[in-house]
Write a new protein. Structure first.
Length: 323
């Protein structure tokens, strides 16, 4: 056990998934059912409340506030789903025995921390959203006014479109940088049992002086998960295309696009469930391993783990000698 490279982090994440597959799948399944039921209740009940409030009161402030609360609750529940996976993955270093029940309990016990972290992240993101929102609004007004007066798009309009695209790319870069800053906040809150502000501060300290390296690593982790999910979708599309070809050879009257849309709509649910149960947790496991890797680099935490292992082995030997 020691400092890991990116390839080693990815390999160990797959090994962890194999080792703890039962607990991760059961946890993801149980939490997913609770999450789906909660989202359905919020959307159904919230939709009724919003419709009634709009019909009764002419003021739209209350529906907007209520809709915002629903979105925040759904976001908090989605973020809290990572806690159980973090807890299961951390047992390789903490030597705890974490099953899906303990992981599920940890997700709800730490829910207040997730709410605090989510709200702070959202508050810090608001200035960014306002700045880029104003920029996009200004570009849109210029483009609309220019087309209205000229009657067609020319060099000026093309320049504005290019500026809008570059602004969108800049916004995406800022969001990725922002998410990198909070990469280890949940791990610090769950593994080190820190409070909200302490966990955020702890996450920042682990990233300090290694920001761009961690930025690139987390970006590669996200692209890897996306590539796996995309390859599964492409594989499914290929299988369905072969099935369509076979049916056409049997002279069955079928339209390719209709057949593909119908079969994909029927098979997308199993694919999404597979992604939720197995593929998505890999990203959380990789980030957790990256968190430990930073602790190994900055604090020599791998030596602490080794010393604990040696101490436990000595205690076992002493107990066996006494027997």
């Amino acid at each position: 056990m020691g400092i890991m490279s990116l390839s080693e982090i990815m390999d160990r994440a797959v090994d962890f998934l194999r080792k703890y597959i039962k607990g991760i799948v059961l946890y993801s399944l149980c939490y997913g059912l609770i999450y789906a039921a909660g989202v359905f209740f919020l959307i159904f009940g919230g939709g009724i409340f919003i419709a009634l409030s709009v019909a009764i009161l002419p003021n739209v402030v209350i529906p907007i506030i209520f809709f915002t609360i629903i979105v925040i609750i759904i976001g908090v529940m989605a973020l809290a789903s990572k806690i159980g996976v973090i807890k299961i993955a951390s047992q390789a270093f903490s030597h705890e025995n974490i099953g899906f029940g303990e992981a599920l309990g940890a997700s709800f016990k730490n829910l207040h921390k997730v709410i605090g972290i989510f709200l702070i992240e959202l508050l810090l993101l608001i200035p960014v959203l306002l700045v880029f929102g104003l920029i996009f609004y200004f570009i849109y007004n210029l483009l609309d006014t220019s087309i209205m007066f000229n009657g067609s798009s020319g060099a000026g309009e093309i320049v504005l479109i290019i500026i809008a695209i570059l602004t969108g790319l800049a916004f995406l870069l800022v969001i990725l940088m922002y998410s990198t800053m909070f990469s280890f906040t949940l791990q610090a809150a769950v593994i080190e049992r820190m409070k909200v502000f302490s966990a955020i501060k702890r996450g920042f300290s682990l990233i300090r002086r290694n920001f761009w390296r961690i930025f690139g690593t987390t970006l590669l982790i996200g692209l890897t998960i996306y590539a796996i999910q995309s390859s599964l979708s492409s594989f499914l599309t290929g299988i369905l295309s072969l099935l369509f070809l076979l049916l056409k050879l049997l002279n069955l009257p079928l339209d390719y696009l209709t057949f593909l849309n119908l079969t994909i709509s029927l098979t997308s649910w199993p694919l999404e469930i597979l992604s939720w149960l197995i593929i998505t947790p890999i990203g959380t496991i990789m980030t957790t391993l990256l968190y430990y890797n930073q602790r190994f680099k900055k604090e020599g935490y791998d030596m602490v783990i080794r010393l604990k292992d040696i101490q436990k082995n000595d205690e076992r030997k002493q107990s066996s000698e006494l027997v």
